[in-house]
Design a protein around this ligand. Structure first.
Ligand code: PLP
Length: 394
């Protein structure tokens, strides 16, 4: 008997990492096939000039595909920048707040929003329009809890807080101020009305590709607000004028982003199809939480649960360790939660295949059957001395 041929695909684990995160296997295979020589070019994508016709075509096609997928009109520019989502924490207030004498309003629904406002404080006046810190960022503001300032320069939000697993189901009402959104961890996961945003940005390495490129979609009239004297590379106008090629862009990351866009469009049914797929995956896990009699205690309130990052705790930290170790034995990896929240985080981005989520669901059910004492624990969190658990029980 001959050994069955092992394929690299068979060696792949179910990778629940929060980012950089799983990529569609079709995209990886496609990249591999063209890596030595791009068809019709004769050199690798890793070797060609960012001023070459071949790269022009890749960049323009990627912009066009993003515009098509998201329905971005002429009112907005689509830019590919470097410095990650984190640089946008600074670029947004540098360009829209510095020197205006106005105030920027921030909605803080988790760690990333809290990080962003620190950078804004360096550029001008900020106002916390809402902050969920008091309950460990486990929910969104209720109607009437958002307090905007008068005529803010912009209102800032994070559509999906990757660490806490809290996602806005829709944009908050913020009046006529430009809405600025960090969409890093749910970009391309569902349809979105881009016309409602002043700036929408996302690093690629969660849901749209690999680290190195950050997509910034900016309303053209906002470009007039950038103060003169900004460092050229931190001024959005430089990148608009330069067509995202003011200097050498991350050629490979843009190429991968283009491949992922076409995968979403052609293999997944566009953003509508993607949203259905993501909701089905998330439901598998949240149904287990809801049916576990408190054995699995979700961090986020049900109405703002993330479709991308499912966060929950078990009755004790020892059980959480055993859960993660047992999962790894089944090929389900990167499930440990962020240290600030603790517990478990399953990131189930666009490219996470349904069978992997089914396998995690099965692990959860079997683990509770083996270790669960629902009557004894019943949603208790007192064994957890960490901030997240203390906040949740409050
Ligand atoms: C990952 C992440 C960031 C940070 O992205 P970098 O590219 O590492 O700077 C910012 N915001 C959100 C919502 C994220 O998920």
């Amino acid at each position: 008997m001959t050994e069955p041929q092992r394929t690299p695909e068979a060696d792949r684990l179910a990778n629940f990492s929060s980012g950089p995160a799983v990529l569609p296997v079709e995209v990886l295979a496609d990249i591999q096939a063209d890596l030595l020589a791009l068809p019709g070019v004769g050199s690798s994508i890793l070797e060609i000039s960012h001023r070459s016709l071949a790269f022009d075509r890749i960049l323009e096609e990627t912009v066009a595909d993003l515009r098509g997928l998201l329905g971005v009109g002429d009112s907005h520019d689509v830019l590919f920048l470097q410095g990650g989502a984190s640089l946008q924490f600074s670029m947004v207030p540098m360009n829209l707040l510095r020197g205006t004498g106005r105030t920027a309003d921030y909605l803080i629904t988790g760690t990333w929003g809290a990080t962003a406002i620190k950078e804004a404080r360096k550029e001008g006046a900020v106002h916390v329009a809402w902050d969920g810190a008091a309950t460990g960022h486990d929910r969104l503001p209720a109607r009437g809890e958002i307090h905007l300032s008068t005529d803010p320069a912009y209102v800032y939000m994070t559509s999906n807080e990757t660490i806490q697993g809290v996602q806005w189901p829709a944009e908050p009402a913020v009046g006529s101020a430009p809405l600025v959104c960090d969409a890093s961890s749910d970009f391309l996961s569902r349809p979105l009305d881009v016309s409602r945003y002043g700036i929408l940005y996302a690093c690629a390495q969660k849901n749209a590709g690999i680290a190195g490129v950050t997509v910034v979609i900016i309303r053209r009239d906002l470009l007039g607000r950038s103060p003169d004297g900004l460092p050229a590379m931190l001024d959005y106008r430089t990148h608009v004028t330069g067509g995202s090629r003011a200097n050498t862009p991350p050629v490979f990351a843009i190429y991968v982003l283009g491949k992922v866009c076409r995968w979403v469009r052609d293999a997944m049914g566009g953003l509508e199809g993607m949203a259905r797929h993501n909701a089905a995956k998330a439901k598998l896990l949240y149904d287990v939480l809801d049916g576990s009699a408190g054995f699995y205690a979700g961090h986020a309130h049900p109405e703002c649960r993330s479709m991308m990052n499912v966060t929950f705790r078990l009755p004790t930290e020892d059980l959480e360790k055993a859960f993660v170790a047992g999962a790894a034995r089944r090929g389900l990896v990167e499930l440990k939660g962020h240290r600030s929240v603790g517990g478990i985080r399953a990131s189930i981005y666009n490219a996470m295949p349904l069978p992997a989520v089914v396998a995690l669901r099965d692990h959860m059910l079997e683990f509770q059957a083996a270790h669960g004492h629902p009557a004894a624990h019943g949603g208790q969190t007192a064994q957890h001395p960490t901030a997240g658990a203390a906040a949740r029980s409050g």
